[in-house]
Design a protein around this ligand. Structure first.
Ligand SMILES: C[S@@+](CC[C@H](N)C(=O)[O-])C[C@H]1O[C@@H](n2cnc3c(N)ncnc32)[C@H](O)[C@@H]1O
Length: 241
């Protein structure tokens, strides 16, 4: 299965991203918890996008640096504020000559990376940017592993009088690569918003963290710090250096 080009995401999504994702995630809960974990120290976001979390964190007075591979996504962020320091770069290799209290990656963005090695490199890069005792926080859906013979995914997301929004994709059970697209069908045409990358489970993340010299401190089912159970659909994992 073809690997996903990371720059395609921003090129297709940037203009619609905020409207499309409004209200989908607990932004206020994320900002409150990240703010508390940073305890007044600087924060670094990988895959910052249009600044869904970085902008309100900066508006609360935090020193926030946001890295993204997409200039289109960062252009949307900088329209809102100049309080976030933005860096165009790849989250697996970017180097910012500072130490942070918290590095974080939100909204499943670890899944945009195509290989296990890239994901390990992200953990290592996050650890390299943390001061001793600093934290790496991930907000992630519980990784969708493909069952044998059941590799396709399809969901009707929203039905409106003149618009149907669906999401469709396939997971490769060998590589854990997901190749998908959101499709918006309207009377005057159809638009495609591709997504893709490698799904990874929380257990595999714990091993990646160990390789990077990080230790699991918390795993919650949401930003309200609910218990993570077999029924949880997402997790907030906090690793400590
Ligand atoms: C799902 S969006 C999340 C945006 C934002 N963090 C949020 O929570 O709304 C994923 C972001 O990761 C960026 N991205 C994809 N691959 C990347 C890479 N290798 N390095 C840095 N950013 C990347 C995309 O351009 C996009 O802005």
């Amino acid at each position: 299965m073809a690997e996903f080009d990371p720059r395609l995401y921003g090129a297709r999504w940037a203009e619609q991203y905020d409207e499309f994702h409004a209200g989908m995630m607990d932004d206020d809960g994320a900002v409150a918890t990240l703010s508390e974990l940073a305890d007044g120290g600087p924060l670094l976001e990988f895959g910052v996008g249009t600044g869904r979390l970085a902008v309100p964190l900066a508006e609360k007075g935090h020193d926030v640096v946001g890295v993204d591979v997409s200039e289109e996504m960062l252009a949307q962020l900088t329209k809102k504020t100049d309080a976030v320091t933005t860096v165009v770069g790849d989250m697996t290799t970017v180097r910012i000559e500072r130490e942070f209290a918290v590095a974080y990656i939100a909204f499943n963005s670890i899944f945009v990376l195509n290989t296990q090695q890239d994901q390990v490199d992200l953990f290592r890069n996050a650890a390299a940017h943390l001061r001793p005792g600093g934290r790496f926080v991930l907000e992630t859906a519980v990784g969708a592993t493909a069952k044998p013979g059941d590799t396709s995914r399809f969901k009707v997301f929203k039905v409106e009088a003149d618009r149907l929004t669906v999401t469709a994709g396939v997971v490769d059970p060998v590589t854990q690569l997901y190749t998908g697209t959101w499709v918006v069908l309207e009377p005057n045409g159809t638009k495609f918003y591709p997504i893709g990358g490698r799904h990874v489970t929380h257990g595999e993340m714990d091993l990646m963290a160990q390789l990077a010299g990080l230790e699991l401190e918390h795993r919650w089912s949401d930003w309200q710090r609910g218990e993570f159970t077999g029924n949880s659909t997402m997790h907030i994992s906090v690793y400590r250096k």
